[in-house]
Ligand binder design. Structure first.
Ligand code: 4AD
Ligand code: MG
Length: 437
């Protein structure tokens, strides 16, 4: 095989486009078994898995012996003829007439110990599994869909620094970084800088790494995750809620269009996702959510308390699409969320909650324009308001109503893929207990 060799992706063979043709493929040994004069090697590449049959008579002795020796995860190149074969997984196989082992793999460490911790320790190898391969193909679709969604609607991509001197979502989850002889923090959100950006670009978005020193070891929290945020001048709470609903539907639609096979590998019910695209996403208030919990679940949540996981789960038992919840109590909200003039105990804010226990996938709000109120709230939190004067300048020079939200990429991936834990929604998860490999 030479530099000019044409390599056929396995998916093209499985699509039936190469039947009875001679092809070259390359990839890794997914499974292998031999008996006497015949070796069956299941080869995987990025596009699929395919059975390749090597018969002693069809290859040289060296090739046959090497193929027999090669362990799983060895890399190899093969040439052969594609045949339709009902017995083979996927319905096709290659009858091999040339095989070259590129690298003889050492015995692969992931054989029978599938405990979650072992798989996380070997994440760099476990990434090759069919499960994670499927998740990361879907994640790629989702990330692509987010960019497409905003760009198609006239939003500009705008970047914020990752090193930020301010908090945005509360000091408790800030990661401190030594910055020469001073200290600064890793970004908790793009938002405060985005609020500066809208005065020139009006409608902007971003997707970037976000850091929270979460003390909780839940199946929903990462210390490093990707947030996709938007911010727009002249929009109010209800405008951005509409954008968020449309975005979620668009993301699900793109996954349904591009990843049917991966959803199948993950055992995810396509009908559930189709329902999200076809139905109206309801909007209720926090107070209405408490009423549902009280009347239908006999759960009493004290007005003013945030919804806990168990309460969100019970609430979502009454819906089979995501739900938008607005008007949370202002006291438990970030400093920049304004009071609702129609109901001043509550803020002009919303969360979108996913069904089936995946929790909050989007959080957003209108932005306060009231320097005095924000100053008071920051002081209550023990913040040095001097650090926020640049942010208040945005209210001093041509202030406009504006709003935005952030979508947790891994939460959406976990929900769409039906994952047990958010850790499998990102290639190398960082949590309170893990920052390796
Ligand atoms: O609700 P949050 O904290 O909102 C903000 O940060 C706003 N500044 C966004 C904005 O208005 N521009 O976070 C937004 C979303 C959550 O709804 C959740 O999906 C996700 O980010 N998220 C996390 N995902 C994984 N691990 C964590 N520790 C997360 N914290 C938040
Ligand atoms: Mg939130």
């Amino acid at each position: 095989m030479t530099r000019e060799t044409v390599w056929t992706p396995i998916s093209e063979i499985l699509n039936g486009r190469k039947t009875n043709e001679t092809v070259n493929i390359r990839g890794w040994i997914y499974r292998t078994r031999s008996s006497g004069n015949i070796i069956f090697i299941i080869v995987r590449d990025a596009t699929g898995v395919l059975q390749c049959t090597i018969t002693k008579d069809n290859v040289s002795d060296d090739e046959f012996n090497n193929a027999k020796k090669a362990l799983i995860e060895s890399s190899l190149e093969l040439r052969g003829v594609v045949r339709e074969d009902k017995r083979a997984p996927g319905g096709y196989e290659i009858q091999v007439n040339h095989v070259n082992i590129v690298n003889f793999a050492e015995p692969f460490p992931i054989v029978k110990d599938y405990s979650p911790e072992f798989l996380l320790d070997n994440r760099h190898l476990w990434l090759r599994s069919q499960k994670l391969t499927s998740v990361f193909k879907i994640r790629s679709t989702i990330v692509g869909a987010i960019h497409k969604f905003f760009r198609d609607r006239g939003f500009y991509e705008f970047d914020a620094p990752v090193l930020q001197p301010n908090q945005c979502e509360g000091g408790a989850t800030l990661f401190e970084v030594k910055y020469y002889d001073k200290k600064t923090y890793l970004s908790q959100s793009w938002q405060l800088y985005a609020e500066a950006g809208i005065f020139s670009l009006e409608k902007i978005y971003n997707m970037g790494p976000t850091f929270r020193a979460e003390r909780s070891k839940t199946s929903r929290h990462l210390s490093e995750f990707w947030m996709a945020e938007m911010e727009a001048a002249w929009m109010n709470l209800y405008d951005v809620i509409d954008v968020a609903k449309e975005e979620i539907k668009f993301i699900v639609e793109e996954v349904l269009k591009n990843n049917k096979r991966e959803l199948e590998v993950l055992g995810q019910d396509v009908k559930k996702l189709e329902r999200v695209v076809d139905s109206e996403i309801p909007t209720i208030t926090y107070t209405e959510a408490l009423n549902i919990l009280k009347e239908k679940e006999n759960m009493n949540v004290e007005w003013g308390k945030d919804l806990r996981t168990i309460e969100e789960e019970k609430l979502m038992g009454h819906f089979d699409t995501p739900v938008v919840v607005t008007n949370y109590p202002v006291e438990i909200m970030a400093f920049y969320k304004p009071r609702d003039p129609k109901d001043p105990k509550t803020a002009l804010c919303f969360d979108m909650i996913a069904p089936e226990g995946y929790g909050e996938i989007i959080g957003g709000s209108e932005r306060s324009l009231d320097i005095e109120d924000m100053t008071k709230r920051l002081k209550t939190m023990g913040e040095n308001v001097e650090n926020y004067q640049w942010y208040f300048d945005l209210r001093r020079y041509g202030s406009v109503p504006h709003a935005g939200y952030g979508l947790g990429v891994e939460r959406v991936v976990a929900w769409i893929c039906g994952l047990d834990n958010i850790k499998d929604a990102i290639p190398f998860p960082r949590t309170m207990l893990r920052f390796r490999p």
